[in-house]
Write a protein that binds this ligand. Structure first.
Ligand SMILES: [Mg+2]
Length: 377
């Protein structure tokens, strides 16, 4: 989609979302005479993600995910960003559009003032983490394009250090699980969503088909600590790597009790949001699951990794159901983490971008494509 069509779509999105669409000056996206100060133009459009399979979790099920696609234009270059809003996080197309309508990037003439720009974006309103992430990702993409380099290179990372990425199997019937296992064949790690009565059955079906390591995500599904411990012991005998959010996020003391006894690392997901949460969580959890839609984007995600490492924690990078835009952005950080769970783009049927690929079990960003590494399809 070229820029004119994008703006047109944004206009249609305006009708759909009953929210203002253009931030700063959507109509002024024309090339300037060289030598004049630049101007950052932000625009966006609602874009509903269609899921290939209905996505079943311990507490919900759905076939679509609301999403907003974002562009920041500067001097003829366009950076892409995205906000994905799984319903349980409390953001919506309307809330994201309302937030973006307040962002005035025209006050900044230098896009390299990342710290200053993102501090301003964060200060506009509390929460709105996916909306903030969409601006952060688009800005990173733009800066990488201006510099002509992908972010893993700008950060000085070695792409071969990226861990294997996992393919997610949701809670489902045995037949569907078997079918999904076919799709999972290129992967060297399987992630299993748990938290219902048939948890062990799900693992037995998978183990009848493959021996690859399993990561378990209980999505707060086990509220009895003794049951959680029993499950973890059973899983630890079946080549499981870790358990993500075994207990409800409020049950910190019970989680600490579980962690003391658990043979598998306990990773924080739903309980974990922003950078300042990490020191406290290090008392209860072994590691954190960073997602750009929670961290407000790549800038804070990088800081989270540094802080978690300093506190001796494990780090995982995950995603929501997203297009290859946000997944490719997250994959730029993958060489820094222990585990990657970056398959969100593969769960949707209407991706707008070409970006990350699975190569030999790892998420791999195009080596020389600048910014976050995506091209519009
Ligand atoms: Mg999780």
């Amino acid at each position: 989609m070229d820029r004119r069509k994008f703006i047109l779509s944004a206009g249609l999105g305006l009708l759909a979302a009953s929210s203002p669409v253009s931030i700063s000056a959507i109509g002024s996206a024309t090339r300037r005479l060289s030598g004049k100060p630049g101007r950052l133009n932000l625009s966006y459009m609602p874009y509903e993600l269609k899921l290939k399979h209905s996505f079943n979790l311990a507490k919900s099920s759905r076939t679509t995910t609301p999403d907003v696609q974002v562009e920041i234009e500067y001097d003829g270059l366009v950076g892409y960003g995205e906000a994905s809003m799984p319903p349980y996080l409390g953001e919506s197309v309307d809330s994201v559009c309302a937030f973006l309508s307040k962002v005035d990037l025209s006050r900044f003439s230098d896009p390299f003032r990342l710290e200053e720009i993102l501090e301003y974006v964060d200060s506009i309103a509390e929460g709105n983490r996916a909306a903030k992430a969409s601006v952060d990702i688009a800005l990173h993409d733009l800066l990488g394009k201006i510099m002509g380099q992908p972010w893993y290179k700008i950060w000085g990372l070695s792409p071969e250090k990226s861990p294997n990425t996992s393919f997610t199997i949701g809670i489902d019937t045995e037949d569907v699980v078997r079918q999904k296992m076919e799709e999972a064949k290129p992967y060297k790690v399987i992630k299993v969503k748990m938290g219902l009565d048939n948890d062990k059955e799900l693992v037995r079906v998978i183990r009848s088909m493959t021996d690859v390591p399993i990561c378990v995500d209980a999505n707060q599904g086990w509220s009895d600590k003794n049951y959680a411990l029993e499950m973890i012991e059973w899983l630890s005998e079946r080549n499981c790597l870790f358990v993500e959010q075994p207990m409800p996020k409020e049950m910190l003391e019970e989680t600490a009790w579980l962690r003391e006894r658990s043979r598998l690392p306990i990773i924080a997901d739903e309980v974990f949001q922003r950078l300042p949460d990490i020191p406290k969580l290090s008392q209860y959890y072994d590691g954190i699951n960073i997602k750009l839609m929670k961290s407000t984007g790549m800038h804070e995600a990088y800081k989270m990794i540094v802080l978690a490492r300093a506190l001796g924690m494990k780090v995982m990078i995950g995603c929501m159901t997203e297009t290859s835009c946000a997944v490719s952005a997250a994959a730029q950080l993958a060489p820094l983490v222990d585990w990657a769970d970056l398959d969100g783009n593969l769960l949707i049927s209407n991706d707008r971008f070409d970006g990350v690929k699975i190569v030999d079990g790892r998420v791999t960003v195009p080596a020389d494509r600048p910014g976050i590494g995506v091209k519009l399809l």
